[in-house]
Write a protein that binds this ligand. Structure first.
Ligand SMILES: O=C(CO)[C@H](O)[C@H](O)COP(=O)(O)O
Ligand SMILES: [Fe+2]
Length: 226
C-alpha cells in the first residue's frame, strides 16, 4: 500500500519579509507539509535562515514543518531545530563523518528522521542507515538555490531507493526536491516518490496561485499509472 502523496511547498521561494503570512497562505491553499530550506553558506553556496526563523513560523501552521538542513556540521544544531518546532529533520549524508550518529540524535529528539543525497552521491551510502530513517530525500538539483532545472536521473534514483526499501520491507517516504513541477511529478510518483517538494513551481506567481499550482502537481502525479 503506497503512502499518501504529499505536496511540500518550499518557503525558499516565499517573500521572506512576510514569512508568517506566506506560511498561512500555503497552509490554507492545501499544503501537506511546509518545507524549510536551511543553508549555511559553507555546505552550500547560499545562506537562508536558522532555528529562530523555524520557531517564528511554527505558530502560523499546524502542518508538518519539514526541515531540510544544508549545513555542515549539522550535529551541533539538531537540538536547536528540534526545539524550534521542526517535525521532520533531514540531514545530508555528505555533511559530516558521522551520519549514523546524526540520525540517532534526531530520533532521540523525538523527530521524524530524514536522510538526503546530492545528485552525485552513490545511493549505496544510505544502505547501512536505511532502517534508521522515516524518509529518504532524493535531491533533483544540486542544493543551494531554488528555481534550478530538474535533473532527470532523479527518477531512476527514486526507483532504486524504492527497491532498496521494499527489499527490506520498509515503507519509508521518498521525497524529491529541486525543479519539481507538473512536468516531472508523474514520472516521480510512478517511480515511487510520495513526497514532492516544490518551491518556484508553487510560489513564483504569488499566493493567488498557490492552490492551483499545488493541485496541478498533485494531478500530474497521480494521473500516471505506476
Ligand atoms: O533544497 C532546495 C534547494 O537546495 C529547495 O527545496 C528546492 O530547490 C526547491 O526549490 P525549487 O522547487 O524552486 O527547485
Ligand atoms: Fe529543500
Amino acid at each position: 500500500m503506497p503512502n499518501p502523496l504529499l505536496i511540500a511547498p518550499s518557503i525558499l521561494s516565499a517573500d521572506f519579509a512576510r514569512l508568517g503570512e506566506e506560511v498561512r497562505a500555503l497552509d490554507a491553499a492545501g499544503a501537506d507539509w511546509i518545507h524549510c530550506d536551511v543553508m549555511d553558506g559553507h555546505f552550500v553556496p547560499n545562506i537562508t535562515f536558522g532555528p529562530d526563523v523555524v520557531q517564528a513560523i511554527r505558530p502560523h501552521t499546524d502542518k508538518v514543518l519539514d526541515v531540510h538542513l544544508m549545513i555542515s556540521p549539522a550535529d551541533n544544531y539538531l537540538e536547536a531545530f528540534a526545539m524550534s518546532g521542526a517535525d521532520v529533520i533531514t540531514v545530508h549524508a555528505e555533511s559530516g563523518p558521522h551520519l549514523h550518529r546524526s540520525l540517532q540524535t534526531i530520533r532521540g529528539l523525538g523527530k521524524q528522521v530524514g536522510v538526503t543525497l546530492n545528485p552525485a552521491t552513490p545511493l549505496a551510502v544510505i544502505e547501512p542507515v536505511i532502517r534508521l530513517v522515516d524518509l529518504v530525500l532524493v535531491m533533483s538539483v544540486n542544493p543551494g538555490f531554488g528555481g534550478q532545472a530538474f535533473i532527470p536521473d532523479a527518477v531512476d534514483r527514486v526507483a532504486a531507493v524504492r527497491r532498496m526499501a521494499r527489499d527490506r520491507g520498509l515503507s519509508l517516504r521518498i521525497e524529491v526536491d529541486g525543479g519539481v513541477g507538473p512536468a516531472n511529478a508523474g514520472a516521480l510518483y510512478a517511480a515511487g516518490a510520495d513526497t514532492l517538494v516544490a518551491g518556484s513551481a508553487v510560489l513564483k506567481d504569488g499566493p493567488a496561485h498557490y492552490r492551483a499550482r499545488m493541485e496541478a502537481i498533485r494531478a500530474a502525479a497521480v494521473n500516471v499509472t505506476p
